[in-house]
Design a protein around this ligand. Structure first.
Ligand code: ZN
Length: 390
């Protein structure tokens, strides 16, 4: 343990320099071990020790990413209890590599990484940050650099850049966040691939928000507090008042904005610049929810930026869609993920008058956060980290 402290001091000048350049430093553990094999007490102690290294060296921190993306339900509670605002461990798998082109040996190595990362398939909801209690969970997309370089032995930078751009394309189409994770020791090697990814992101018809994970976390909190108030003026006209910050992206589909400028955005959605406007639509442009629908669903709709009104089954036809979910979004994590993914998919595909808040600020269609796991600063650190976990 002492060794880690002196390591941190030795590396402190470097980290301070990086922070001064505008890079966010997250916490990656006290030693480089897998939390899944630690007791709850050990996880707590090590997280606390890692935080004190940051505090003692006056390095700002707000998030945690585990070695090997190895998180447990217990870790989440510990991060929240110790005041971290987010973690970034949920791996989302993008099927963008043709595995048939690789030998069975390389394929089995790739499959081993997938198991290690407990990856979930890609969906609109899966690519959005999400609150679990006070802690925000920020998804990270794979394949990461290790899977491509070490597992599949892809060395051609153009091919890596192409794979990352394909992930960006999928994320853009779904309006989500692409958290790319790579190891900074490959920074020079990966430069052409990163440049290709960035130029692909910049060439999209709508802007992609390139941000630090901490900025994404702060934005998501801001975004989850936005509200819309929709009041009828007559049978097919509605006054809309949005309570939000100036960065909000206000979207609408299948309706006419009467008194304000609206520009085409993505799919059926148009973007309204004003926060107060009148729309014309044959139905109330929000979701109807039954009186019995649970508070869990209400909180979920708020977080996702979808306005809703409580109404009875008889009034359901007056709304873009009607939800009657007294049992909420499920009990187990698996159940919740399935139901939430299905609900977001259903709402996003609605071809009915609907207002909602876009996921990202200032009209951005998607977000890109480039992050790296600093596992060691010197070659000596690299070998010492193996001893430290014992
Ligand atoms: Zn690591």
């Amino acid at each position: 343990m002492e060794r880690q402290h002196s390591l941190s001091r030795r590396s402190c000048w470097l980290i301070t320099d990086i922070v001064a350049d505008g890079v966010e430093i997250g916490i990656h553990g006290y030693v480089h071990n897998d939390y899944r094999i630690l007791s709850k007490d050990k996880q707590f102690t090590q997280t606390k020790q890692a935080i004190s290294v940051f505090q003692n060296n006056k390095i700002p921190y707000q998030g945690f990413r585990n070695p090997y993306l190895g998180w447990t339900q217990e870790s989440l509670a510990i991060y929240a209890a110790l005041g971290l605002s987010y973690e970034s461990n949920m791996a989302i798998l993008h099927d963008v590599v043709d595995l048939n082109a690789f030998s069975p040996l390389l394929r089995s190595g790739y499959a081993k990484s997938l198991r290690l990362f407990q990856a979930a398939p890609c969906s609109i909801y899966g690519l959005r940050p999400r609150f679990e209690g006070a802690l925000l969970r920020i998804p990270t997309s794979i394949p990461d650099d290790e899977m491509l370089f070490d597992r599949l032995r892809i060395t051609d930078q153009q091919e890596v850049g192409h794979i990352w751009s394909k992930v960006m394309q999928r994320v853009y189409d779904r309006g989500g966040l692409y958290t790319l994770n790579f190891h900074p020791e490959r920074g020079v090697l990966c430069k052409p691939a990163l440049e290709e990814l960035l130029s692909y992101a910049r060439s999209r018809p709508l802007p992609v928000w390139v941000a630090r994970i901490g900025d994404v976390a702060q934005w998501w909190k801001e975004h989850s507090e936005f509200r819309q108030n929709i009041t009828p003026l007559d049978s097919n006209r509605w006054q809309v008042e949005a309570t939000c910050t100036p960065r909000a992206t206000l979207l609408a589909r299948h309706l006419i904005v009467e008194d304000q400028v609206a520009t085409p955005w993505f799919g059926s959605d148009i973007r309204v610049q004003s926060h107060s406007f009148i729309v014309r639509a044959p139905q109330c442009p929000c979701i109807g929810i039954s009186p019995a629908t649970s508070q869990q669903v209400v909180n979920f709709l708020y977080e996702q930026g979808y306005p809703f009104v409580r109404c009875t089954q008889e009034e359901a036809h007056n709304y873009a869609c009607y939800l009657d979910l007294p049992e909420g979004m499920g009990i187990t994590a698996q159940e919740q993920l399935q139901r939430k993914s299905a609900l977001v998919q259903q709402i996003e595909e609605l071809e009915a008058p609907l207002l909602h808040f876009g996921c990202w600020p200032d009209g951005n269609r998607a977000a890109l956060a480039i992050s790296g796991d600093i596992d060691s600063v010197t070659v000596q650190d690299f070998f010492l980290r193996v001893l430290e976990v014992r």
